[in-house]
Design a protein around this ligand. Structure first.
Ligand code: FCB
Length: 469
């Protein structure tokens, strides 16, 4: 097997606004549903919030004084950096004026990246919905989709074609099922099948946002969406159900312009889908240049004989999938309890490619919080280091899986490691470290881990390093 990545393949790292920025009350930023959620006792581990996070708002805002993180990206040699824009910074009130200060901030970051030859990949919505939209039922409210489209237009108007790729949404599975169906993510309503309107409104938002961006930049920037597609093994019926509820519920409307009939069949009695209005599917089905896939682990599933919905609303199950059981996965696991399954990435890429051959793919997130966490050590020469061989091993096996998929015909355009630096890991707060750069949250010092050096070498050689140096 060749270990060389194709020419033009984009290597990158990724972060998201609420997870790194801090500066939560500065620059005219309004609260988001994640501010509210993380400030509610018991919702996040240790009561952690994104108030300060990696302090990127300050470090990047005073770029000429600091430029630390951008220098690190340049040192790493990435082709692209995936960041997200926070709607609460750009549109802090529902009907008031756009906050130019918020746009200025992102413009400075984008220009600083470009000055270093790094192409910005911008996610427009990575879960930090303004609280004022949350107060009006958030994603359960159809109007939210139209508000997001207005916001997308404002951002694309300002940043224009300086952005290599605009991504409408990050992982709508999480911002619907996990946020409205279950209680893990903001707003954490635990509505079970009541999450389906959020699913549809996110699909609608995607289509409206895609059109809004296109109207500003035409074909000069690429347009995409990022999905955390589910890859499960086990009982065929269970796998099929979860494919409908977790994958085709996004892929079919976005890429084909319909919801699969089988989806309606398996949700009969728990959801009437009346919130899908005439013309919605045409709005959702917009031409895309690339499909982003986030992959971390796989599942093992079986059909369950538990009572069916709506009686069963186990928090860890997506609504409509409550007649499926998740079985313990074999093999090694990460600090998140997720299994390590690089073959799942290969199989998933092959499956998406075979079912939707027309759309090029991009891995927009893959990475690991290593079991036991990361430790800073002082080397003999007095420098600080973080030795993270397990992260290197994880990344190596997943990059190999991606290369094999390319060899087997998948049009894979790039790979973004999650994450550039340790950050606020949602409900887990600061207890899970995904970075290839260590963040000291006391001092905001950045310490590149061994995996940073390994990835730097991979990027420079355009090939997977075969032995660890
Ligand atoms: C994904 C999210 C990202 C990060 C990783 C670990 O689901 O998109 O923000 O939290 O998981």
């Amino acid at each position: 097997m060749t270990m060389i990545f194709p020419e033009g393949f984009q290597f990158g790292t990724a972060t998201a606004s609420y997870q790194i920025e801090g500066g939560a009350t500065e620059g005219g930023r309004a609260p988001s549903i994640w501010d509210t959620f993380s400030h509610t006792p018991g919702k996040t581990v240790n009561g952690d919030t994104g108030d300060v996070a990696c302090d990127s708002y300050h470090l990047w805002d005073s770029y000429h004084l600091w430029h630390k993180d951008i220098d690190l990206l340049a040192d790493l040699g990435v082709d692209s950096y995936r960041l997200s824009v926070a709607m609460p910074r750009v549109m802090p009130t529902e009907d008031g004026p756009v906050n130019e200060e918020g746009l200025d901030y992102y413009e400075r970051v984008v220009d600083a990246l470009l000055a270093k030859g790094i192409k910005p990949t911008v996610t427009l919505y990575h879960w930090d919905l303004p609280q004022y939209l949350g107060d009006k039922n958030g994603w359960l409210n159809r109007d939210t989709a139209y508000k997001l489209a207005d916001y997308a237009k404002v951002v694309a108007h300002r940043l224009g074609d300086r952005i290599e790729t605009y991504t409408t949404l990050n992982e709508p599975w999480c911002s619907s099922y996990l946020s409205y169906g279950a209680t893990e993510h903001a707003p954490g309503l635990g509505l079970g099948p009541g999450a389906f309107p959020a699913v549809h409104h996110l699909n609608l938002a995607h289509g409206l946002m895609a059109q809004a961006v296109r109207s500003e930049v035409g074909a000069k920037s690429q347009l995409s969406v990022t999905l955390n597609l589910q890859f499960n093994r086990g009982d065929a019926d269970a796998v099929h159900r979860l494919d409908l509820i977790g994958n085709r519920v996004w892929l079919d409307p976005m890429l084909r312009g319909y919801y699969p009939n089988e989806l309606f069949a398996i949700t009969k009695g728990i959801c009437d889908w009346e919130f899908v209005k005439d013309g919605d599917l045409e709005q959702i089905h917009q031409p895309l240049d690339v499909l982003g896939i986030n992959y971390y682990s796989s599942g093992l599933v079986a059909m369950s004989d538990r009572p069916q919905f709506p009686q069963s609303t186990a928090a860890s199950t997506a609504p409509g999938a409550s007649d499926v059981d998740w079985l313990p996965t074999p093999g090694e696991h990460t600090d998140m309890g997720w299994n390590i399954d690089p073959k799942g990435l290969y199989d998933l890429l092959m499956r998406v490619h075979n079912n939707y051959p027309e759309i090029p793919l991009m891995i927009t997130e893959n990475g690991i919080a290593v079991e036991g966490g990361d430790r800073v050590v002082i080397e003999a020469d007095g420098t600080k280091a973080v030795h993270d061989p397990k992260r290197i091993a994880y990344l190596k096996r997943h990059f190999e899986a991606a290369l094999k998929a390319i060899e087997d015909g998948v049009d894979l355009r790039g790979y973004f490691v999650w994450s550039m630096l340790d950050n606020f890991e949602w409900a887990f707060g600061y207890t899970k470290r995904f970075g290839i750069v260590y963040t000291d949250y006391e001092t905001e010092e950045r310490i590149p881990k061994d995996s940073f050096k390994w990835y730097k070498r991979l990027i420079a050689e355009h090939a997977i390093p075969q032995e660890q140096r």
